[in-house]
Design a protein around this ligand. Structure first.
Ligand code: KG4
Ligand code: ZN
Length: 377
């Protein structure tokens, strides 16, 4: 096969996405249809609504991805689809469609773990820039709305091997951003808003100590514990406590009501409705989360023979996280890689890229597989 072009399909959460990527690096199209407007009134993703939106969007999104790539159903070489982890009903829409296409077209079908996709978003773009230096094993921090995981990743026998050495014990980092933003009446999704507002506040104003983000292994069997686990539910509770003790509830309610009257609020609209105390709280929350992600990742780097760091997933779009990682990794003399912001959040180009080595080694899916909401990598 001279150059294998794969149609990737991703429907694990609230983005219906399709892309055509050749040889794991040439992105011919990358279409993402976001459901943010559907879920915004609820302040989070509603699984049943997500499935319905995927059903509505899947055919036009795939058609657009093929058209933009100058391909047809017949001319692509293989189909790749996210099998999990994610929302079962949402995953099933992509999987059923991908299976039907593969069967009707008699093309190979490859399944991809969503977390593996996020890691390949970095590899895809580094391959585009030229020869990727042999930095293996890399330590990959996958940090998104649903996941906060540390993986050692390396290429072996033309495929990829991953070892999970850390994970969140409760909320994912992106989930903490979303929940804190909801709590403060800042709208949904929380990550981009907090990212944009945090520079207006004093990150040292509210002292969130390590006890708020320290994981406790209570109740976790010793065999399942890892040294680099995360915990973000405590900081959400600490923010709530601060809101109560500082009497911020009235301003939050009025901000929420005002924002409900604006169809697509801009950062300036939200900023105009925030007092300094709220901005300081936002900046302090972000500082605590970013410091925790960076320090645990770097602790793992020091104790393992790691040659490079990948930071990927929706939260990798965060400006402060990028800056802090670059500074900290720079001090260790370690290269750190991020995907572009477009490939940080969910997309199907990363799924098609992750499928390429599997296609090359004949690692195809049988007809019987189904969605796996908690699929491990
Ligand atoms: O990777 P993604 O699109 O979906 C999942 O696999 O979960 O990540 C979405 C998450 C949301 O929680 C969103 O608030 C967060 O990524 N996010 C950010 C930023 N942009 C998106 N968090 C912090 N700063 C950002 N700039
Ligand atoms: Zn994701």
């Amino acid at each position: 096969m001279p150059e294998a072009c794969i149609l990737g399909i991703e429907t694990s959460c609230d983005e219906t996405a399709a892309a055509v990527v050749c040889s794991g690096k040439r992105v011919l199209s990358n279409v993402v249809s976001s459901q943010i407007a559907t879920h915004r009134p609820y302040g989070g993703v509603v699984p049943e609504l997500a499935s319905r939106e995927h059903l509505r969007a899947i055919v036009p999104v795939v058609r657009q991805a093929l058209a933009e790539a100058g391909h047809s159903y017949r001319s692509i070489d293989a189909i790749a689809v996210t099998q999990g982890p994610g929302l079962a009903g949402a995953l099933l829409v992509g999987i059923s469609f991908a299976k039907a296409l593969a069967f009707a077209l008699d093309k190979p079908l490859v399944t991809v773990n969503h977390l593996e996709g996020h890691i390949h978003a970095v590899l895809l773009e580094e391959r585009q820039k030229g020869e990727f230096p042999a930095l293996f094993p890399v330590l990959a921090l996958v940090v998104s709305g649903g996941h906060t995981h540390l993986f050692l990743a390396e290429e072996q026998d033309r495929g990829w091997r991953y070892q999970n050495i850390g994970r969140t014990r409760d909320d994912a980092a992106g989930e903490a951003y979303d929940k804190v933003a909801k709590l403060l009446g800042l709208g949904y999704p929380g990550g981009p808003v907090v990212d944009a507002l945090a520079p207006q506040g004093n990150p040292q104003a509210v002292k969130f100590g390590p006890s708020q983000i320290k994981h406790r292994n209570r109740g976790t069997p010793a065999a399942e514990q890892t040294d680099y686990d995360f915990s973000f539910s405590g900081i959400k509770t600490a923010v709530l406590r601060y809101v109560k003790t500082e009497d911020l509830e009235k301003t939050i309610t009025s901000r929420r009501q005002r924002l409900e009257t604006i169809p697509k609020p801009t950062v300036e609209d939200i900023l105009a409705l925030c007092d300094q105390k709220t901005l300081d709280l936002i900046a302090s929350f972000q500082r605590a989360v970013v410091e925790d992600l960076v320090s645990k990742t770097l602790a793992a780097v020091r104790e393992r023979d790691v040659r490079g760091v990948f930071v990927t997933g929706g939260v990798a779009a965060n400006s402060e996280l990028r800056r802090s990682f670059e500074m900290a990794a720079g001090r260790e003399g370690l290269p750190v890689f991020f995907p572009s912001r477009r490939l940080s959040t969910d997309n199907a180009a990363m799924i098609a890229a992750a499928a390429h080595p599997k296609l090359m080694t004949g690692d195809f899916a049988g007809p019987a597989f189904s969605a796996e909401a908690s699929l491990a990598l």
